[in-house]
Design a protein around this ligand. Structure first.
Ligand SMILES: Nc1ncnc2c1ncn2[C@@H]1O[C@H](COP(=O)(O)OP(=O)(O)OP(=O)(O)O)[C@@H](O)[C@H]1O
Ligand SMILES: [Mg+2]
Length: 354
C-alpha cells in the first residue's frame, strides 16, 4: 500500500535508498535496497538530532545529512526523509467524489472548508480510503462522498528540505510524515495482523507520541499525544534533583529504582492513548485487539509494561526488521534486535521509496 508522502521527487522506484527519520531527539537512518520482492537492510545508524529553535535551517539540515551519510558509510544518494508531527498534518476527511488532482487543488485553495483550518501555502497529498462495511449500509446522500487520508506540509518547509538535501550532494526522493513510517513497516512485518485485525500502532517519541489505528489494513485514525521520553526523564529529575544526563542514565539502566516518577508520566500517557482507542471503538463499534509499540522509550520493558497497564489490551513491541533480509556488518547484526523498535519510522520511509 505504502501511504502517501508529502513530496515525491520522482515516481520512479529506486534500487537503493538512504531513509532518514529526523526525530526530535535522535536521528535514525537506514540503508535499504530492493531486490525483487525482497527488502534488504544493509546498515543503520543512530545520531543525536541537531538542536534548533523552531524550524531546522536548511544549512543545519545539510550539515546533519553529511554527518549521517558519513556515519552510515553508504554511497546511497537518494534519501527518503520523515518530518516530525509539528511539520506535517495528517487528517481523515469526507470529501465529495472527484479526481485526486482536483482534490489536491481544492485543498490548496480552500483548506478551511475541509480541514477547518486556514492552511495557506501548503502542499497536500491524498489517499482514498475504502468505505467500511458499516458506512456502506448507510443511506447514500445526494452528494456522494468519499473518505480520504490527507497529508500536507508548508510549501516553504518542503522546498527548504529539498534544498538542504541538494546542498548535501543528495537527492530528495520522498518526504513523508513520520507517523506513516510504522504503518508501512508494519504491513511488511506483520502482514496477517495488518490485513485481518484492528490494531493500534503507538510510537513513543521524545516530546510527543503518536497513535495510528489500523482496521483491516486501512489507517482509520491518527492522533498525537504531547508526552514522550523527555517527560519520563524530567519526572526523574524532579524527584531526585539530578542532572538530565544522570536522570537519563537511571531511566535507561535502573528504571525499577525510579518507578514512582516513571509511573507519574506513564499513567497519563497511557490514559491519553487509551482515550483515542476508546474514541475509535465507540465510533466504529469494533474493538482494538492489540497495541504494537515502537520508539526509543519502548526499548525499556518497564515502559512497555506501564503502558500495557493503562491501555488495558495486549501491548508489545514488534520487530520492523523481521521481514527484511539483513546484510548488516557483524557488530550491527548483534545489536539490531535491541535497536529495532526505534527504527520503525526510518524503515517505513525506506519502504515507501523502494
Ligand atoms: N533503553 C531505553 N530505555 C528507556 N528510554 C530510552 C531507551 N533508549 C532510548 N530511550 C529514550 O527514547 C527517547 C528517544 O526516542 P526516539 O528516538 O524514538 O525519539 P525521536 O524519534 O527523536 O522523537 P520524536 O519521534 O518525538 O520526534 C529518548 O527520550 C530516550 O531517553
Ligand atoms: Mg520518532
Amino acid at each position: 500500500m505504502a501511504l502517501p508522502g508529502i513530496f515525491s521527487g520522482s515516481k520512479k522506484k529506486r534500487d537503493q535508498i538512504l531513509a532518514i527519520d529526523l526525530g526530535t531527539r535522535t536521528t535514525k537512518a537506514v540503508v535499504m535496497q530492493r531486490r525483487g520482492d525482497v527488502y534488504v537492510l544493509s546498515r543503520y545508524v543512530l545520531l543525536d538530532a541537531p538542536i534548533f529553535d523552531k524550524a531546522m535551517p536548511p544549512e543545519l539540515l545539510t550539515e546533519h545529512l553529511k554527518a549521517v551519510s558519513q556515519a552510515i558509510e553508504s554511497k546511497a544518494r537518494v534519501v527518503s526523509l520523515t518530518t516530525n508531527v509539528n511539520d506535517a498534518i495528517m487528517r481523515h476527511i469526507d470529501i465529495p467524489r472527484m479526481p485526486l488532482d482536483d482534490m489536491r487543488l481544492i485543498l490548496k485553495h480552500n483548506s478551511r472548508a475541509y480541514l477547518q483550518q486556514d492552511l495557506q501555502n501548503y502542499v497536500f497529498d491524498c489517499h482514498l480510503l475504502p468505505e467500511s462495511a458499516g458506512d456502506a449500509s448507510k443511506p447514500t446522500s445526494a452528494v456522494q462522498k468519499q473518505k480520504v487520508l490527507i497529508v500536507g506540509s508548508k510549501s516553504q518547509f518542503v522546498s527548504e528540505m529539498v534544498e538542504g538535501v541538494k546542498s548535501a550532494g543528495m537527492v530528495a526522493g520522498h518526504i513523508l510524515p513520520g507517523m506513516i513510517g510504522p504503518v508501512n513497516a508494519f504491513e511488511l512485518s506483520e502482514p496477517q495482523a495488518f490485513s485481518n485485525e484492528v490494531v493500534a500502532l503507538i510510537d513513543i517519541g521524545f516530546k510527543s507520541s503518536t497513535i495510528c489505528i489500523l482496521q483491516h489494513g486501512e489507517l482509520v485514525l491518527s492522533r498525537v499525544v504531547n508526552m514522550g521520553g523527555d517527560r519520563l526523564t524530567s519526572a526523574i529529575i524532579d524527584s531526585m534533583e539530578i542532572s538530565y544526563a544522570e536522570a537519563e542514565g537511571i531511566k535507561v539502566g535502573m528504571a525499577g529504582e525510579v518507578q514512582g516518577a516513571l509511573e507519574s508520566i506513564l499513567t497519563p500517557l497511557g490514559r491519553e492513548l487509551r482515550a483515542s482507542i476508546d474514541f475509535f471503538e465507540h465510533q466504529a463499534d469494533r474493538a482494538v485487539s492489540c497495541a504494537y509499540l515502537t520508539g526509543g522509550s519502548t526499548r525499556s520493558e518497564f515502559v512497555v509494561q506501564g503502558l500495557q497497564q493503562e491501555l488495558m489490551i495486549e501491548a508489545k513491541t514488534w520487530n520492523p526488521t523481521s521481514a527484511l533480509k539483513l546484510e548488516l556488518p557483524p557488530q550491527q547484526a548483534g545489536e539490531i534486535e535491541q535497536v529495532a523498535p526505534q527504527l520503525a519510522v526510518a524503515i517505513g520511509a525506506g519502504i515507501a521509496a523502494l
